[in-house]
Write a protein that binds this ligand. Structure first.
Ligand SMILES: [Zn+2]
Length: 299
């Protein structure tokens, strides 16, 4: 099932090989079973702190239609096709795959999927129904138990949840083969950081310059770094103003409203956001509520 993936033991970090029933570590004797098609590659506690599990079924449903997810998946596919000339020779491994809608879309777009990992059994159970590639349950708050040799790794809206983002980028650099590529998205503009980021367990939002600096410091060559979702910046600013003037809603209720798909409005937002795609594809949008980067480990 996961035989082709370079994996390491999450306890002792020695290379291990997985069979259909699970993976054994010859060094420390640990056994990691496969349950319902997901390899349980965990040493300790699985995800609990960084995400609310009850939110996954909602997310899976919303991810198919909501303009934010629809825009992000188009932008990610465009960036991969534009900045990875040998994309057809690479298979994508997704770190922190969530409920898997984006991975399924990329697979349907003709991009080979090597596998994915996440720290939440609830989300992986949903992903299992969407993609056939190997799936790993991994520990939250630790570097994923992957060995060197990956050709294409993705990190979609994950880095902002991690305390040690620079260490995580260095770790990803170490598991990429020479010439291997990382594609990532993060929320942009620290001045937009608000209660909604806190509810989503974000540690930070990024300046483009900061993200570029951290990627280069980790050893990456940045091929592409651009904002996207520019029309959302004034909307978020207006939202902030309206909230300051009116009484604040309870935050959990507001989060649910953010994730609601309102049919007419959703179509309108998708159309408005589609207008920026040529600029994003060309790699040069100076502002937008998200950032996308494509970076490579030099050969
Ligand atoms: Zn071990």
């Amino acid at each position: 099932m996961t035989g082709a993936l370079p994996l390491v033991c999450p306890r002792c970090r020695v290379a291990i090989h997985a069979g259909p029933a699970g993976a054994a570590c010859d060094a420390c004797g640990a056994w990691y079973p496969a349950c319902d098609g997901v390899l349980q590659l965990v040493a300790g506690r699985v995800g609990a702190a960084g995400f609310d599990p009850h939110y996954f079924p909602t997310l899976a449903a919303v991810e198919r239609e909501h303009y934010w997810f629809a825009t992000r998946r188009d932008v990610v596919r465009d960036a991969l096709q534009a900045a990875v000339p040998d994309l057809a020779q690479r298979a994508l491994f997704d770190l922190g795959c969530g409920t898997g809608g984006l991975l399924r879309f990329l697979g349907d777009s003709g991009i080979a999927v090597a596998g994915a990992c996440d720290a939440y059994p609830e989300s992986l159970a949903i992903v299992r129904r969407l993609v056939e590639a190997p799936l790993l349950l991994v520990d939250e708050g630790r570097f994923p138990p992957l060995g060197p040799g990956y050709g294409l790794v993705s990190l979609f809206d994950v880095l902002e949840h991690i305390d040690d983002d620079s260490g995580t980028l260095r770790h990803i650099h170490s598991i990429l083969e020479p010439g291997g590529v990382l594609v990532l998205t993060v929320p942009a503009h620290p001045f937009l950081f608000d209660e909604m980021d806190e509810l989503a367990h974000h540690r930070r939002r990024y300046r483009a310059s900061e993200l570029g600096h951290k990627l280069r410091a980790a050893g990456f060559e940045v091929r592409r770094l651009t904002h996207f979702m520019a029309p959302l910046v004034p909307l978020v600013a207006v939202r902030w103003l309206v909230r300051a003037l009116l009484r604040r809603r309870r935050s959990a209720q507001r989060r649910r409203m953010e994730l609601r798909v309102v049919p007419g409005l959703n179509s309108l937002m998708r159309a408005v956001l589609a207008l920026e795609r040529p600029l994003v594809r060309a790699g040069g949008l100076p502002f937008g509520s998200s950032l996308i980067a494509v970076a490579a480990r030099p050969r």
